[in-house]
Design a protein around this ligand. Structure first.
Ligand code: C2O
Ligand code: CU
Length: 551
């Protein structure tokens, strides 16, 4: 059962009334956190071995579709050595299990909410980077409460890319994601498979985030009066400042920033450049060499680091040059370390071709195709995080009718994303589409942004112009800041593509577990020739008996 619109409205009104108080505090200096594990007690960097998240196994594969079952649960895990930490996660892990998909094969995931905690209210699962139908897009107000489930359908017909699924429940996204509801979803296609870029164990998902722990090991969720949430521990694939053993060859890293509020500026301690080969929309037209890279929340960059440049025994630190307007702590200037331990054991797929995906449709879009320009201001007003003076509360109050725009299906438009504050940055995510960054304050985008994107880092006093084709689905989709505290309070709005798209809340709502239909039906196996013969004989006998009875 889902909340009725009226219940949702009531909740949201309560939520926003509460907003006006803490906002006063937001401007003040940091509220001291009681019971916080002192920085002196944190593990020293580069002691914990690096791991990659587990890969999810489908429960059933039909001719066209892979079916998965995921249960969101709380569990206690060891993140900091010697301490037990309660997390909420898909399959009770964080980062959750990676779903690996193939272009052209559908994926259906039954997500069940079994998170039992007095601070937990609901979830909504968004597959970030996927052009899902509105009812499967993790629409914030399309919630699943504990004891309910929802089946999400993903067609996988976009170019290969690094996606992630994470919580998007209205007003509670930051807490749910911070507690652990985030995981990779990686899709492959023919083109990507055909390129000689690093693959298999040399193709490494790498999700970064920060966190704050209490002395008893529990995670501290403190959003500083609904403004930001910064932790003093950097986690890479869920491990504090890990060290990874590497061979002397190229590695591909699929970087994801799953932090609530923290952005990074990544660089190598060797001062050597690395090569960016992919962005949110998959492989870039051409690789780009960069020395450092600003990396906002929810952005994905695929980078190649060539460890053949180093000797066995060398250690290279992935550093954080600390973009402004984050809160830093004593060890937030480093992320992890690579220890070169051996020669390359496998030299296949050890290249970066000079052309990757030159035919990427988004990157081939031209400004001249745009039929209109829309302006979106990301700002602080009336003590709220707003878009054009409005919030998600206004969307709810309009009975989900209000939009920031209604592009026609497949219209090409320019969206001008403006942040006129010098005090904070907003990584802006537009659902449904991939876009091309045209410029930032009139200057060309950064080299690493020369690929199809779905998040634009809109920094302090920046205006970023993006170009997108609005499709391939009709309906209502969200646009918001991916600082999850800003998103929850309430810098989120929606646009509607075309008219008559499926309703994101009503089309396929969550159901109580007790009413669950089977997730899939296996086709009945064909009977063996022997069994078929036996059945024929039996039928014949029956027929004869019946005929005799009639006579
Ligand atoms: Cu990654 Cu609307 O979210
Ligand atoms: Cu923001």
């Amino acid at each position: 059962m889902k909340l009725t619109r009226r219940e949702m409205l009531k909740l949201s009104l309560l939520g926003s009334a509460a907003l006006f108080l803490p906002v006063q505090r937001a401007a003040q200096t940091q509220i001291s956190i009681r019971n916080r594990l002192p920085e002196s007690a944190l593990p020293k960097p580069f002691r914990t071995p690096f791991t990659v998240p587990p890969v999810a196994k489908p429960v059933y594969k039909s001719a066209t579709t892979d079916y998965y079952r995921m249960t969101m649960r709380n569990s206690k895990v060891e993140i900091l050595p010697g301490l037990q930490t309660e997390i909420w996660g898909y399959e009770a892990t964080t980062p959750g299990p990676t779903i690996v998909a193939d272009k052209g094969r559908e994926v259906v995931v039954r997500h069940t909410n079994e998170i039992r905690n007095r601070n937990h209210r609901w979830t909504s699962v968004h597959l970030h980077g996927n052009a899902s139908l509105p009812q499967y897009d993790g629409y914030a107000s399309d919630i699943t409460k504990p004891g309910e489930f929802k089946d999400y359908h993903y067609p996988n017909n976009q170019p290969a890319r690094t996606l992630w699924y994470h919580d998007h429940g209205v007003h509670d996204t930051a807490r749910n994601a911070y507690m652990g509801c985030a995981a990779f979803y990686i899709s492959h296609d023919k083109l990507e498979r055909s390129l000689p870029i690093p693959k298999g164990e040399y193709d490494v998902p790498l999700v970064l985030r920060d966190a704050t722990f209490a002395t008893n090991g529990s995670l501290i969720f403190d959003d500083q009066g609904e403004s930001n949430l910064y932790g003093d521990v950097i986690l890479a694939n869920g491990k504090p400042w890990p060290r990874m053993k590497v061979e002397r060859r190229k590695y591909r890293f699929r970087l994801l920033n799953a932090g609530v509020s923290r952005s990074f500026d990544l660089a190598l301690s060797s001062d050597e450049p690395f090569t960016v080969i992919g962005t949110e929309g998959g492989l870039m037209p051409e690789p780009q060499e960069v020395g450092n890279m600003r990396f906002g929340m929810a952005e994905r960059y695929e980078i190649v680091i060539d460890f053949a440049k180093y000797k066995v025994g060398d250690q290279i630190v992935l550093k954080n040059l600390q973009p402004k307007n984050n809160q830093e702590f004593s060890q937030t200037d480093v992320v992890m370390r690579f220890d070169v331990v051996a020669e390359a054991s496998d030299k296949r797929n050890n290249q970066i071709p000079s052309e990757l995906n030159p035919e990427n449709h988004t990157m081939l879009l031209d400004e001249s195709q745009a039929v209109r320009t829309r302006k979106l201001r990301f700002e602080r007003g009336n003590g709220l995080w707003q878009i054009n003076g409005q919030t998600w509360h206004d969307v709810i109050a309009s009975d989900y009718k209000a939009t920031v725009g209604n592009p026609g299906l497949n219209d090409v438009e320019i969206w001008e994303l403006e942040n006129n504050s010098g005090g904070w940055f907003h990584p802006v995510h537009i659902h449904l589409v991939d876009f091309k960054i045209l410029d930032r304050n009139g200057q060309p985008p950064e080299p690493y942004e020369l690929g199809a994107k779905d998040v634009a880092y809109v920094g302090e006093n920046e205006t970023v112009r993006v170009l997108a084709k609005f499709g391939p689905k009709k309906g209502k989709y969200m646009i918001h800041c991916h600082n999850l505290v800003h998103e929850d309070h309430d810098m989120m709005h929606q646009f509607e593509v075309g008219t008559g798209g499926p309703d994101p809340i009503e089309a396929d709502p969550a159901q109580p577990l007790s009413e669950a239909e089977p997730l899939f039906t296996k086709p009945k196996p064909k009977p063996s020739p022997k069994a078929r013969r036996r059945r024929q004989l039996r039928r014949r006998r029956l027929r004869r008996r019946r005929q005799r009875a009639v006579r």
